[in-house]
Design a binder for this molecule. Structure first.
Ligand code: HPA
Length: 279
């Protein structure tokens, strides 16, 4: 097996043959939220399938490509579709794209996802800015020989979600009059949705929303010193807390409906981040 950093460097080399674009921010678009990338000022796109060794998502409705371009003049690389641990990839492959985007120059990681609401203060269609996370239920992406090129063996996770980026998102939401809540995100492996008693446990642990991605990406990004922020689109109440059984289709439908507002929030937040000189 190729060492992790070699694989990242190899993928970066393949991308560098296609584009010299230097992103400042990396944006990962979650289920149903991928349309955001269709409307940006695009420089180049690279299909995941064009990159030898790159993990390609198998989930219906998840596209798979990098889009390089500008959002409100901010140079970004967007992942239109991510890979999930439940697809059977090693965790080092699940976070390979994050490491790759860092190697391409991205300093900021903007994470988005569709998530189930656990807290009764959340409703489907709500946006929740992530303030902290619980990744204890999934294997750490940092397990294995540490690559000092990426970061230290025992990185601090004191502040995963950057305080300044969080206040920019909050301020942007206020200015744009887009309601936004805040809370803690818990990652499970999936792919099954949670049972009612699991939802109760997650709630007792203090998490407000649950999903199958994001937290490990945030850990890998912090390991490499990136500044991280994230927003969940609450697409449903987590298992057993609403009258009808949860479906992947429902998750997609609610994300589609929320997409225009979500796009405005993300776009305007990135613009505000670009304008902040000291970031
Ligand atoms: N649970 C886990 N992941 C999810 C959910 C959920 O209820 N909704 C969207 N992603």
């Amino acid at each position: 097996m190729m060492e992790v950093w070699k694989k990242v460097e190899d993928c970066a080399g393949q991308i560098r043959k296609k584009t010299v674009f230097q992103p400042r921010a990396a944006l990962i678009l979650g289920s149903g939220l991928g349309a955001l990338a269709d409307e940006i000022d695009t420089e180049t796109t690279v299909e995941y399938s064009e990159i030898a060794g790159f993990p390609v998502s198998t989930v219906a409705g998840h596209k798979g490509r990098f889009v390089f371009g500008y959002i409100e003049k901010m140079p970004v690389v967007i992942m239109q579709g991510r890979v999930h641990f439940y697809e059977g990839y090693a965790m080092s492959d699940v976070v390979l794209p994050v490491r790759l985007m860092r190697c391409l120059g991205a300093e900021i990681l903007f994470l988005t996802n569709a998530a189930g609401g656990v807290s009764p203060t959340l409703s489907p269609g709500d946006f929740m800015m992530i303030t902290d996370q619980i990744s204890t239920f999934v294997p750490s992406p940092l397990i294995g020989a540490n690559e000092e090129k990426f970061g230290p063996r025992f990185p601090s996770m004191d502040t995963i979600y950057d305080e300044r980026l969080r206040s920019i998102i909050k301020e942007t939401a206020r200015r744009e009059q887009i309601p936004i809540k805040e809370g803690i995100y818990l990652q499970t492996t999936g792919p099954a949705y949670e049972s009612p008693v699991e939802v109760r446990m997650i709630s007792m642990l203090g998490a407000h929303a649950v999903g199958m991605s994001t937290a490990v990406e945030a850990v890998a990004a912090r390991h490499m010193g990136m500044r991280v922020c994230g927003i969940s689109c609450i697409t449903n109440m987590a298992g057993g807390t609403s009258a009808k059984p949860l479906s992947h289709e429902e998750v997609g439908l609610v994300a589609d409906r929320a997409a225009p507002l979500f796009k405005r929030l993300v776009t305007k937040s990135l613009e505000a981040m670009r304008m902040e000189e000291s970031l």
